[in-house]
Design a protein around this ligand. Sequence first.
Ligand SMILES: [Fe+2]
Length: 257
Amino acid sequence: MRYALISDIHANLPALDAVLADIDGRPDVDAAYHLGDLVGYAPWPNEVVAKLREAGIPGVAGNYDSTVATDYKHCGCRYEDARQEQLSHLSYQWTRMHTFAETKAFLGGLPFRIDIRPLGGHVAGPTVTLLHGNQVLNTVYVYDDRPDSFLEKMASGVGARAGDILCFGHTHIPWHRTVGGTHFVNTGSVGRPKDGDWRAGYVLLDVSASEPHVRVELVRVDYDVELAATAILESELPNDFADYLRTGGKPAAAVNG
Ligand SMILES: [Fe+2]
């Protein structure tokens, strides 16, 4: 089975369009899932949600989705200084104001996690678990420098065994590690990468009964970043977010999310 895993689209419709076209061009992809954070930071929250619903792509709730859906007091995003805090607040307020009630209801209905059995539940075989942050909260950042002990604890919290695959997003930086036989896959971000590469990112995950049982490909796709940047500049969202997209998360003033 070959899966396309897309995460952290963050209301960036041109990036999502490019990724969906790339997936469509791969007839060997059996199914696509999203890993949350559909909204925030760019001006197409309703359009992104509508596009995923139209494409029939299921997925889990990111912190941005669940906080916008419940009108929580903040988006659960991390910030490192007063400027980042201000930008985070502006983005969150803009998104809450511009996300339709129907879109919020859909976001509120997203599951916290999804378990997939690529080889079927009738045989022992790997489980793929989709999360946004970790198994407890969708606001926890799981970076690739987390110690083995942290990832082992995550695996046992999920109920994962050797050969299982845990997939998540939230940090906007893609990576793949294996600890204790369990695969940890961060799918990166479609609409707001933070690794210095502005291109939209997603993951192709192959799970097979034969060797190699698990294969992970970190994919990057060109998209019309200027279209997204211009739309941000023309909206009431902070102009800083345009440069953030153009630089893959390395502008002079940054904000986490
Ligand atoms: Fe995110």
